[in-house]
Write a protein of this length. Sequence first.
Length: 296
Amino acid sequence: MYGIPIRSDSANQSVGLFYRTLQEIEIYVEDVDAEAIYTELLTRTTSFTVKIRKVISLCGREKVVQRCREYNEEFPAIFIIDGDLDLLHYEREGPYERLFQHRHYCLENYLICKNASAELLRDHSGKLSMQQAIDMLEWDKFLATITPTLLELFKVYAVSWKALEEERVATVARRYHNMCNKKKNPAHWELCSIKVQQVIDEINSQVLKLITVEQYGEIYNSITENINRLESPLSAISGKDYLLKSLREYLASKGANYSCDNGFKFKLARYCNTEPLAELGDAIIHTIKNGPYLQT
């Protein structure tokens, strides 16, 4: 059987060479299948002033960091990784020249946007004005419904990540829809706080076999303080695995059905507010004009 050819790591690292006459900077990311979304977001956040023709996936965070540390060429380059659970522990990778770590859990967090969501309601309806769509969206109600529950879950994920260094609990292993109840009229899935609490209790029972209640409390309180430093509590929750799925289901509850796929992400990327991406946009422009960027 013949499958789709897969480039080797060395081939991935060399892709940028073929585009140097077409663009001003090489951009390396860990995400697979995110090239179009990154290109859209980065082109918009740099006000269409930077030529970006190819965003290169190195298929993993460690590979991006390694390539960044090894990079010694004069051609401008920037290497982008997710914030992940580092954010909840107030930790950063590096710092290394040219490395940019999102101050949100992942790329998809930038897509969780009131205006973009209202635009998707408008696109689906074809009848709503922007103000009507915003009123129908009830954005604050949506955030109030999901934020406390998912934030508590991610605090516990972060505690376990620190306490269970040898056998960490993978966030993506806990599927979003397994913590939801199915609703009708219109059909959608709704996050269930009882099911989320069951997951929290299960993880806590694993953690408390290895650390004391006092140690747990110290880690938990530190995480809470670190989350309070973030731009938004939503930054501490995985956009890819949780927030996007929550948003997709919420839009479905309003009658706008979308598949939670790359097309859904791209639609949001076209409409979302790019102000949260300003630091990354500035880093790209700085790299082109002034040389290697060092994130504070």
